[in-house]
Write a protein that binds this ligand. Structure first.
Ligand code: FAD
Length: 663
């Protein structure tokens, strides 16, 4: 059977299940449990609620999540967890299909607040606070960002000055720029905050450290010296109570310092297992990488929901007739509409496979087998994927909204809320532009190490390379890239080589450009190359994403599903190449004829995958209850969410399958 054939319902249902298993990966059990526990709950926020009602509702849902036990997976087993950080990220991702405020509030409390106690604290903190945090008896905040500094955390203004006589830290906000800002859980519910501050002892600043600071008393009133205000109405995520915190000489005991990486003795002596202050700081931040990975997953989930709604609508909504008669054509039969939705759908598949691979890397790091380069690779990949996945969410959800015309603009059809709530994912847990610079810097470090590790002969050869050598080498690569293999543009080996070559070429060019920088003009040189820096990171992530897709197809046990995924992967790879045609042409990696052929191939793949669009979105395994957009029902949609309807309590009906195929 080829993918051009009409797919019978039963086969499509089976295939959607196969796809779901592959996308869920090793966390299929956890994700199914989340579907079972919450798939019946109407999670989508009601836009008519007031802010206070929204916050109340999210707090109530937090308690439901706590009652399910799924929230505790990521914590240590001694404290009632399951040492399964990957499981907890997958639970959050499931929630992200329907209610991003819940994902964010849960992520702030259990992921960031609880996660910081676990990762940055020691036994004393675990014993004293972890159980209460897990049970939601101690709602917490993660207070890092300040009004004056978001991305540049090393320059935070809050201070924690040690008073040896009292054996206390004095936490203080010296000016309005040092006020903690946008802090989730601060405006309404939080009782304690992990506060990031410059640690000063004996008159010396040891850099940013984290301390546990009570912010509200048992009656819910601000603690002495703590000022709390509300950030108010936001563009989205209004179920989360973001607030501002200021500290006026607030005293906390010496033990409030989360002291895994740096400690202060009773007499004020500072010690750390990591001598270099910069390394210490980045090691501390690195332990919190799970939050960033959860944000990438949440963005992916919201995108998948939007695509499912838009694809289903496009299968039933009809406009214009080919003959001028009454038999109008479903939107998804139009190439322009396929172009809007199907490459984005293919990218969502690619990103989900990359996400699960990343979560697997994180999980093995927690199992204790991570050394420093491996950790750097993880952090780099988390930063890059977060940026790419959240940008993909923003652009795709907007496209889905447009693809549903006026109906897509109505709140009842869910897309406006998804759009508003996912927007800021590009900013928090690290601004995307700043994150891509981190990726590029790590790539440059690896590149430099590779060169540094060359043996003497390699070094001489490298140093002796002239412009003519490099040009000749490029000419060779150009010729090799333009030489298509038997599979033509759809030869996976050729696509992978093209992605790898782009990655390496852009990075090598950047390294050469930056090598010109001496100490004095290092900033100017780096700044002048920032476009190149971002590009190096971006194309590197694209390569990792393609590789993750290829690996997922290799794991697919069912030949027909693997065949379908080969087409989806082709669409991901070729639409990515098409979007970057200018670079491939400029660098001679594609001939003009090939560049045109790429566009034709993307068109052909859109037609080829059109009959499978319903199956592909069903493969996301989103409970029907979370997809209840009236526009889909009003248009006569009778989708069943093939794989999950029983589990999730949705209507037991089946997806319409096209009887004619536009290829
Ligand atoms: C809804 C919401 C919830 C949040 N929750 C929390 C929370 O619970 N706890 C917490 O600590 N924080 C939280 N934050 C803060 C969030 O993490 C920060 O907003 C984020 O880190 C970005 O910082 P910033 O807003 O200061 O932006 P800035 O860092 O000022 O960035 C502004 C712009 O400048 C650009 N820019 C900055 N530096 C560079 C550079 N070197 N090169 C090129 N461009 C650059 C950025 O790309 C961006 O476009 C939240 C924010 C929001 C909006």
């Amino acid at each position: 059977m080829t993918t051009h054939d009409v797919v019978p319902d039963l086969a499509a249902t089976t295939q959607a299940t196969q796809l779901r298993h592959l996308l869920d990966g090793r966390w299929a059990g956890v994700r199914d449990e989340a579907r079972r526990r919450f798939g019946h709950t109407d999670l989508h926020p009601d836009p008519a609620l007031t802010i206070e009602q929204r916050r109340e509702r999210i707090t109530a849902l937090m308690h439901e999540l706590a009652a399910s036990g799924l929230h505790r997976l990521g914590f240590m087993s001694e404290y009632g967890g399951a040492d399964d950080i990957g499981g907890s990220i997958n639970v959050l991702q499931m929630v992200g299909h329907a209610e991003l405020s819940l994902l964010v509030k849960a992520g702030v409390h259990w992921g960031l607040f609880g996660g910081a106690i676990q990762a940055l604290g020691t036994t004393h903190h675990h014993e004293r606070y972890l159980r209460a945090a897990i049970a939601l008896d101690l709602p917490g905040c993660f207070a890092m960002t300040e009004t004056g500094h978001g991305s540049n955390v090393q320059r935070l203004g809050t201070t924690a000055t040690y008073d040896a006589a009292a054996e206390q830290f004095i936490v203080h906000t010296p000016d309005v720029a040092a006020r903690k800002d946008y802090i989730g859980n601060a405006a309404r519910d939080g009782r304690m905050a992990v506060v990031f501050a410059q640690l000063i002892t004996g008159g010396r600043n040891h850099g940013v450290h984290a301390l546990l600071v009570p912010i509200r008393d048992d009656a819910g009133q601000p603690c002495q010296g703590v000022q709390i205000s509300d950030c108010g109405h936001k563009a989205g995520l209004n179920g989360v109570d973001n607030g501002r915190l200021s500290f006026d000489q607030v005293r906390v005991p010496r033990e409030a310092l989360l002291n895994r990486y740096g400690d202060v003795a009773a007499d004020g002596t500072y010690t750390s297992s990591i001598e270099n202050a910069n390394r210490r700081f980045f090691t501390m931040l690195g332990t919190l990488v799970a939050g960033r990975i959860a944000v990438a997953g949440g963005a992916g989930a919201a995108t998948q929901t939007a695509l499912t709604i838009a694809v289903r609508y496009a299968l039933t909504r009809r406009q214009f007739s080919a003959t001028g008669g009454s038999d109008e054509i479903p939107l998804l039969d139009y190439l322009a509409h396929q172009r809007k939705l199907l490459p984005a759908l293919a990218t969502s598949y690619a990103l989900q496979f990359a996400q699960q691979e990343l979560v697997g890397m994180l999980e093995s790091m927690h199992a204790g087998d991570g050394d420093t380069p491996a950790r750097r690779r993880l952090e780099s990949r988390a930063a890059g994927l977060k940026a790419v996945a959240t940008w993909h969410a923003t652009s795709t959800i907007q496209t889905c909204r447009e693809a549903c015309g006026g109906a897509g603009y109505l709140a009842e059809n869910l897309l406006p809320q998804l759009k508003a709530d996912s927007d800021v994912f590009t900013t928090f847990e690290g601004d995307n532009t700043v994150l891509l610079q981190l990726v590029a810097k790590n790539l440059l470090t690896d590149h430099r190490d590779r060169i540094r590790n060359l043996d003497a002969r390699g070094m001489v050869r490298f140093a002796a390379r002239t412009a003519a050598d490099i040009a000749a080498e490029w000419a060779g690569t150009r010729a090799a890239m333009q030489r298509l293999r038997p599979g033509g543009l759809r030869d996976r080996g050729w696509q992978r080589a093209l992605f790898a070559d782009r990655d390496e070429h852009v990075l090598a060019g950047l390294a050469r450009r930056l090598r010109r920088a001496d100490e004095v003009d290092a900033f100017v040189t780096f700044n002048a190359a920032q476009d190149h820096v971002l590009r190096a990171a971006r194309v590197h992530v694209d390569r990792l994403v393609l590789e993750a897709f290829v690996a997922a197809i290799d794991r697919c046990p069912d030949p027909d599903t693997a065949l379908l995924l080969e087409d989806v992967c082709d669409l991901y790879a070729l639409s990515n190449i098409e979007a970057d045609r200018a670079w491939f042409l400029e660098h001679g990696r594609l001939s003009r004829g090939q560049a045109k052929a790429v566009t034709q191939a993307v068109n052909a793949l859109c037609g080829q995958l059109r009959p499978h669009a319903a199956t592909l979105v069903d493969g996301f395994g989103i409970p029907e209850r979370w997809l209840a957009a009236p526009m889909a029902q009003a248009a006569g949609v009778t989708h069943g969410g093939t794989a999950d309807r029983d589990r999730a309590g949705g209507p037991a009906v089946s997806s319409p399958r096209p009887t004619a195929v536009a290829s």
